[in-house]
Design a binder for this molecule. Structure first.
Ligand code: CP
Ligand code: NVA
Length: 320
């Protein structure tokens, strides 16, 4: 199927044939990520020099949110604007999506009026059903299962600061959540080691580990082992959106999995600390780490803007 604009014209001549979606990290190849990281740097540099770049002039991004967001909403909205396009924000509170309209019908309608769609929802199945019925590219802005835009920005940040991530060691101290499973896909795609450490009862689900992901994954019962000589230490909230009822039991279970100065000291001296934010100081990370010299959390957040511009440009225009 050709990529049809609502008027029936091709969105961009470079695209012929299949629509590409970005629903999980494994949707792109290593070669495509190499391009996207280079392109993110180019777009960032241009933006910093106040140079206009409008490849998506007249294009509309629909942003559908079923969960809260600060960074994702702002980075996509500012990003499409910086590329010459326009964003429409939708949520389940005041659209028919919240009143039971089938996701397949919503996809048919929304994709006939817009050029690209970003969705933050609960189940991965919802976004896959939406994409299967969409005429335009669909981007995963976070589901319970994956958060690919965040990990793409995180790795772009690592590449910017430290160079290629291939062969490096990424330590994850925290929950087996959407971020952790996305990092596992990234490790397989980009060929680095991902060390995972969480308390008993909060381990990765074996049936979610597919393909050769096990070759790049090391499960460490002790977070000290995960952090030893790591190039990057990362964590996330202990209780993700949608799991709030488990908050008190999670706080008790994860209390020894806070990224502390002691854990960071085990990593390489040049190791970076990342957190997708929002963060809870004194829970998953010590204030002295997130606000300390190895933390790149603000760069990481900023890079959502530029890596997602590269993503939207790529999905609509191909390689430029
Ligand atoms: N990291 C992230 O996705 O932040 P928001 O929930 O604010 O979008
Ligand atoms: N794992 C977190 C990420 C928030 C950006 C959540 O899903 O709530």
């Amino acid at each position: 199927m050709a990529l049809l604009h609502s008027s029936g014209s091709l969105a961009k001549p470079q695209i012929s044939g299949q629509i590409r979606h970005y629903l999980q990290f494994s949707d792109f190849t290593r070669d495509e990520y190499t391009y996207l990281f280079q392109r993110s740097a180019w777009l960032k540099d241009r933006f910093k020099r106040y140079e206009t770049w409008h490849p998506l002039h007249d294009r509309t991004l629909a942003m559908i949110f079923e969960k809260h967001s600060t960074r994702t909403r702002l980075s996509f909205e500012a990003g499409i604007h910086q590329l010459g396009g326009h964003a429409v924000y939708m949520n389940t509170r005041d659209t028919q999506l919240g009143r039971g309209e089938p996701v397949e019908d919503a996809a048919q309608v929304i994709s006939r009026m817009t050029d690209i769609i970003m969705i933050r929802t609960f189940e991965q199945d919802t976004i896959e059903r939406f994409a299967a019925n969409s005429r335009v590219p669909v981007i995963n802005g976070l589901t319970n299962q994956f958060h690919p835009c965040q990990v793409m920005a995180d790795i772009f940040t690592f590449v910017e600061q430290r160079g290629d991530i291939q062969g490096k060691v990424v330590a994850w101290v925290g929950d087996a959540n959407n971020m952790a499973y996305t990092w596992i896909q990234a490790a397989e795609c980009l060929d680095f080691e991902f060390r995972f450490s969480a308390p008993e009862g909060y381990q990765l689900k074996r049936d979610r580990l597919t393909g050769t992901s096990l070759n790049h994954l090391t499960v460490c019962p002790d977070p000290h082992d995960a952090c030893k000589d790591a190039d990057l230490v990362s964590t996330d909230v202990w209780t993700s959106m949608g799991f709030e009822s488990e908050n008190s039991s999670r706080i008790a279970a994860f209390k020894n999995w806070m990224v502390s100065e002691e854990l960071m000291a085990l990593a390489k001296p040049e190791a970076l600390f990342m957190h997708c934010l929002p963060a809870h100081r004194g829970e998953e990370v010590a204030a002295s780490v997130i606000d300390g010299p190895q933390s790149v959390v603000w760069e990481e957040a900023e890079n959502r803007l530029h890596s997602q511009k590269a993503l939207m440009e790529f999905l609509l225009c191909g390689r430029l």
